[in-house]
Design a binder for this molecule. Structure first.
Ligand code: NAD
Ligand code: MG
Length: 390
């Protein structure tokens, strides 16, 4: 029987998740066709990808291609869109069955909304979309009958644990966290943490922003909010457990006392492939987990004093309204400042907290109010960071 081909639009194609998604496409070339790709500024890599995957449409959000680059895209038959709104226009215009959203940050929000309004299914890596506007995103998915399958490894694990289960029987979601590179560091040491140290994640190789988020543990805070929306569970039913080996990717505890876990090597291609092939699970030759070579699996409670960002995120999740959008945008701006070496590691959480305390929360925000909260929080951090330096 001839397999049907799934057309993919991949946003953020030049990043860590984007490149891994294209790796999965190469392995399953008979079932996937890439019709659209986007980048922020990495135009040369986008051109290489266009040569290999022959999309019809490309978006470049943060730079203008040179005349030569334009000519090369044209030669390949690729129409190029440019500008900050080009990923959303791509999501509106391209011919695809599934949008893989691998953009980093709240820039992924509008493309997600555009895809859902066109009744398109999503493979979602861009967790910031759900943190910023989870309520609007999930209701757009419901209203337009779209599926959102998570790429984030923890959420893919929970999604898999919930297959065939009645959601009413969920007692608790157990979100595992590696603890990041600073898991055992004291507050005193954290005060002096450098960009290079924060970028050395023990188990995963990822883009810079999420790697810093893992070091502050804001990543786990974002993931609590992501899980709340994806699986419709209150924050109180989500428990974070530190599991430094990153072999159990997350668990679900059920009302009868049973717990299901999903395990595997830490390799993002596994959840990416599942999100792209769902509702089917196809074979792969990615490295297997051999239990006889696992030395130990350990578990710890997270420390909310050393990792203040985690506490801030749980509070923002409970406050709701625009609070998570403000937190997310303040975090993006503060992480940017840390990467530029303009603030210190602990200033990141401090700035986020101050932004949340200062900017008034709007309850049940519209799309425009969410975008406004995002802009306001970024502007606040950029204007105030010099005041908190000491
Ligand atoms: P990355 O920095 O490696 O790649 C980000 C991609 O987004 C790039 O293609 C870049 O060109 C594009 N981009 C950046 N800013 C943009 C903007 N303003 N407008 C449009 N495009 C923009 O990041 P990543 O590690 O691939 O992460 C992507 C998303 O996936 C993030 O939301 C992250 O939290 C999530 N995620 C990543 C991993 C991982 O292993 N890397 C795991 C789980 C979840
Ligand atoms: Mg994750």
């Amino acid at each position: 029987m001839k397999k049907s081909v799934k057309k993919l639009a991949i946003l953020g194609a030049t990043g860590s998740i984007g490149v891994n998604s294209l790796h999965v496409v190469e392995k399953l070339a008979d079932i996937f066709q890439v019709t659209a790709l986007s980048t922020h500024v990495n135009i040369d890599l986008l051109l290489d990808q266009a040569r290999k995957f022959r999309p019809r449409l490309a978006a470049i959000a943060g730079a203008e291609p040179t005349a030569e680059q334009r000519r090369l895209f044209e030669q390949l038959g690729v129409t190029v869109l440019t500008g900050p709104d080009s990923p959303a226009r791509l999501a509106e215009l391209a011919d695809y069955d599934l949008l893989v959203n691998a953009i980093v940050g709240s820039a992924g929000f509008l493309p997600t909304m555009s895809a859902l309004q066109r009744h398109k299914d999503l493979a979602l890596a861009n967790k910031e979309t759900l943190v910023m506007g989870g309520e609007l995103v999930m209701s757009a998915a419901r209203d337009n009958n779209c599926s959102i399958v998570p790429i984030d490894s923890e959420h893919s694990a929970i999604f898999q644990c919930l297959m065939g289960e009645n959601p009413q029987t969920i007692e608790k979601i157990i979100l595992t966290a590696s603890g990041g590179p600073f898991r055992t560091w004291s507050l005193e040491q954290l005060r002096q943490a450098t960009v290079e140290q924060a970028l050395k994640h023990p188990n995963w190789s990822m883009g810079n922003k999420i790697t810093i988020d893992s070091a502050t543990m804001m990543n786990k805070g974002l993931e609590v909010i992501e899980a709340k929306w994806l699986f419709n569970v209150p924050v109180d039913k989500i428990q974070i457990v530190i599991h430094p080996q990153s072999l159990i990717h997350s668990m679900v505890a059920f009302s009868d006392g049973s717990i299901k876990a999903q395990l595997g090597q830490p390799d993002m291609r596994v959840p990416i492939q599942l999100a792209m092939t769902w509702p089917e699970r196809l074979g792969s030759d990615f490295p297997r987990l051999d239990f006889c070579s696992v030395k130990s699996m350990t578990f710890e409670e997270p420390d909310l004093t050393r990792f203040r960002a985690l506490a801030i995120a749980c509070t923002a999740a409970k406050t709701g309204g625009t609070a998570p959008a403000v937190m997310n945008a303040a975090n993006e701006a503060a992480v940017g400042l840390f990467l530029e070496r303009k603030i210190k590691f602990l200033n990141i959480a401090e700035l986020i907290d101050t932004a949340i305390q200062t900017i008034a929360v709007v309850t049940s925000p519209s799309q425009e109010e969410l975008l406004q909260a995002d802009r306001q929080a970024r502007a606040f951090v950029l204007q105030h960071y010099s005041h908190i330096l000491r």
